[in-house]
Design a protein around this ligand. Structure first.
Ligand code: IMP
Ligand code: MG
Length: 173
């Protein structure tokens, strides 16, 4: 594995995003909605940089099966969040094809939020298959498979304090 983003780089960026979100959402009491499980670490750090009132919640959706290949199908297993008239900020670990995000946004827009924006730690625009844009983006990265800081490879490596590239190997990282 090769480190792509260090713990310090990530912390600085999260602080920056938090400052911007605090400014943009002043007096709006936004609801940060994390997509499980990948956004857990990012959301936990991001919320502690916010200087404004806000609430959090989580939904569960996945477009990935095991390993590194996308099934291209989104499954939502839990989305019991009331967002009517709320300013919603979807928190994602990474936007890859954009299929997950497109689907989640459609579902949320039907619930009539006051606004709906997306904050993702990582963006891989090279592999985008939709027109999804990220409103608050931490880092734009090349089309490589990464783990750490919440991101997994077969459920492993989420705990790493940095983001690392999984080099191509027969038996994984
Ligand atoms: P999308 O629907 O293709 O945009 O996929 C988004 C989801 O796929 C993310 O929330 C991640 O869980 C997963 N994913 C995409 N790229 C990576 C990666 O490089 N490492 C780990 N998970 C990834
Ligand atoms: Mg995942």
């Amino acid at each position: 594995m090769r480190i792509l983003l260090t713990k310090t780089q990530i912390a600085d960026k999260v602080q920056e995003l938090g400052a911007q979100i605090s400014e943009d959402y002043q007096d709006k009491n936004p609801i940060l909605i994390g997509l499980l499980k990948g956004s857990v670490v990012f959301l936990a750090d991001l919320m502690r940089t916010l200087t404004i009132p806000h609430t959090i919640d989580f939904i569960r959706a996945s477009s990935y099966g095991a390993g590194m290949t996308s099934s291209g199908q989104v499954r939502v297993t839990s989305m019991d969040v009331d967002v009517e008239n709320r300013h919603v900020l979807l928190i994602e670990d990474i936007i890859d094809s954009g299929v997950t995000l497109q689907y989640i946004k459609e579902v949320f827009l039907e619930k009539k939020p006051a606004s709906l924006c997306v904050c993702a730690l990582l963006d891989k625009p090279a592999s985008r298959r939709t027109s999804e844009k990220v409103d608050y983006c931490g880092f734009t990265i090349p089309d490589v498979f990464v783990v750490g800081y919440g991101l997994d490879w077969n459920e492993q490596y989420r705990h790493l304090p940095y983001v690392a590239v999984v080099e191509e190997q027969k038996n994984g990282p």
